[in-house]
Design a protein around this ligand. Sequence first.
Ligand SMILES: [Zn+2]
Ligand SMILES: [Zn+2]
Length: 151
Amino acid sequence: MLFLPGQPRLKFNYIGANVPENEAMHSGGCLCGGVRYEIRGALRGVLACHCSQCRRTSGHYAAMTSAPSAAINLTSSATLRWYRSSDTAERGFCEVCGGNLFWKQAGRDALSITAGTLDVPTGIAMEEHIFVADKSDYYPIDDGLPKKQHW
Ligand SMILES: [Zn+2]
Ligand SMILES: [Zn+2]
């Protein structure tokens, strides 16, 4: 869908609204199924974030895709909890199984989604490593993808 200057931007209020029939549909969720989501439309390529916060919440580094908040529909969220991990961001996780699902930066109309929680096939691929200056010391980054010291 093309948005021309001056054209009112359509809001995706619910899944199925104003979305072309051929647009990609993704779904995913946590291990116990307490959190399930659907995403309509294209996903960003996957960023591997090696920052200390992602390390401590993911157990390794966090592989995150992203989508506009309005494109995401939580079909189950009974066990979803949010943790304010910094002044500017919150992380969504499942309080039952501990699944690490979402990252949301204040003021941005986008939600980052942990790529490992997507149902396969995801149709996306790893794109780059970020915050490599903060990575831990027990693993190399040797997949040839771009590395950024920060983001
Ligand atoms: Zn769960
Ligand atoms: Zn991070």
